[in-house]
Each structure stands twice: as C-alpha cells, then as structure tokens.
Design a protein around this ligand. Sequence first.
Ligand code: SAM
Length: 248
Amino acid sequence: MNAHLAETGGKVRLYVEAALDAGARVEATEAQEHYLLHVMRARAGDRVSLFNGRDGEWLARVAEVTKRGCTFECDRQTRPQQGTLDLWLCFAPIKKTPADYLAQKATELGVSVLQPVITRRTIVSRVNVERMRANAIEAAEQSDRLTVPEVREPLPLDKLLAAWPADRRLLFCDEAGEASPIVEALRAAFGAWAVLTGPEGGFDLAERAAIRALPYVFPVSLGPRILRADTAALAALAVWQALVGDWR
Ligand code: SAM
C-alpha cells in the first residue's frame, strides 16, 4: 500500500514549463496529477519541489485537488538556477538498447543536448523523440538536476556535420583507428564539447574519413576492447565529466 506523501517524507521533484515565483500557481500535467494523487496519494497541503530549467527550484504545496486537476502554489525558492554544462551526446541509436535508456543515463551524466544521428549502418529506423524527452525529464527529476536536456529530432550524419557549430569540439569515439586515449584529448580541454558514437556496425570507411577530416574533431580511443555503443557513450561522458565537467 503506498504510504501517504506526507508520511513518507519523500521529496517529490517535478519539472514544469510554467514560470516559478512566490505565490505563482502552476497546473499539474495529467501524468503528474495521476502520479501525485494515485501513486503518492497526495492531498491538499502536501509539499512538492518544482523546477523549470530557468527559475531554480521552488518549494510548493498542493493548493487544490479537484476533479478537474491539481494545482500547485509556489512558496519559496530553495535553490537558485545554476549555469548548465555544455555537453552534447550525438549517438547512432542502436537496436538492443532503447534510446530511452540512453536518454536517462546521459541525463544523469549531465548532457545538455541529446542528438540521435542516423549513419549508413544505423539499423534503427525510428526514434521516439517524445518518449526520449519523457525519460529525460524523469531522469532530471530523479537526479536533482535543475535543467532537462534538449532532445532533438534525429539527423543524418552528413547534415549534422554540415551544420556543426564552429566553437564546439567533437570527441569522435573511434574504435577502428589510430586514436589517442580520451584522457589525452581532454587534458587541456575547456569550452563546448560533444561526444559522437556509432551504431552496432560502427562507422563505414567513408564516414570515418569525413569525420576525421574536420578541424574540430578529436578521434579518441576508449581502450582495447570493443564496447557496445551505449557503453561507449556513457563511458566517454563519464571521462569528460571527471576531467572537464562538474565531477572535478
Ligand atoms: N565497428 C565495431 C562493430 O562493427 O561491431 C564496433 C562498433 S561499436 C559496437 C559502436 C560504437 O561504439 C563505435 O562506433 C564507437 O563509436 C564506440 N566504441 C566502441 N568501442 C570503442 C573503443 N574501444 N574506442 C572508441 N570507441 C568505441
């Protein structure tokens, strides 16, 4: 039996789109209402924490619970909004590991953008971006983030590279060629970065040559073993966080 929210003392954090300010009233989404009323059995007066990626985190209370829905009323800011890390994950979606899993783990690891990339050997034909977004929001709520990563529509590799921002370096996880250890590429790193991983079958020769020819690309090795694409992505993100990001 689910204990009542107040009795559990559980901290419920919810991402909302609305502006947050003292006294502001915010409507719960249908999913939030279901979770609060039927899973956490919340009642009027119970406390929740709200964040929207812009105004920090606010303590709010369940102000109204009616058949039409649930309304929160903001009380006070408990955490100021902080700047977010600027780290993209560009990944070729793979069959075995749903993109949802990668969206959750990459969110916990602090990415700011999730960019599915379609390469010549990508087997996955469709990416459910809406589901990825929902997973990213849930992971942001659970991991105490104050932002939710932007989940973009899939792009073919050549389009992604053609529109690449000049000031962003790309860590190209390349298991197939002479690539320096990732630690070396990141040793004196600063500024905006992205990580790129391939599909189950890796990048083909033409793709690898095209990627390596670009000035902002740093081909890196993740060691002597061939990692699954999702393992490679999460390992590269973890090393980046440890050397450049907010794990220092
Ligand atoms: N080409 C191999 C194949 O056909 O199975 C491996 C592809 S691997 C499963 C998928 C992606 O993970 C690669 O494209 C690369 O981005 C990354 N990756 C896996 N192991 C790696 C390693 N040791 N170093 C760098 N990247 C790696």
